[in-house]
Design a protein around this ligand. Sequence first.
Ligand SMILES: [Ca+2]
Length: 89
Amino acid sequence: MTLRSYTSVAVLAFAALTAGTPVQANPEWVAADVDNDGFVTRAEFQSTQSFERVKYFARADRQNDGLLSPEEFLDVNRLEERCSYLNSN
Ligand SMILES: [Ca+2]
């Protein structure tokens, strides 16, 4: 099994485990949305995420409004996984 296969299996397993679970119940989201207003500001993101993850904020903020919606917040994980995979190959 190649690294790519392991990554695919891990992504599918994560998707299966989180399917049907609203992002608002995701512990990472709950911790990041400090004021519980349904969006994560850059300040909230910087205060709750690792230094490595902060660099993904702008790329995940597709609306470029300085806020991450729950869906955009989940994109941070996808961006991080994709970059990790690309850097390992
Ligand atoms: Ca917030």
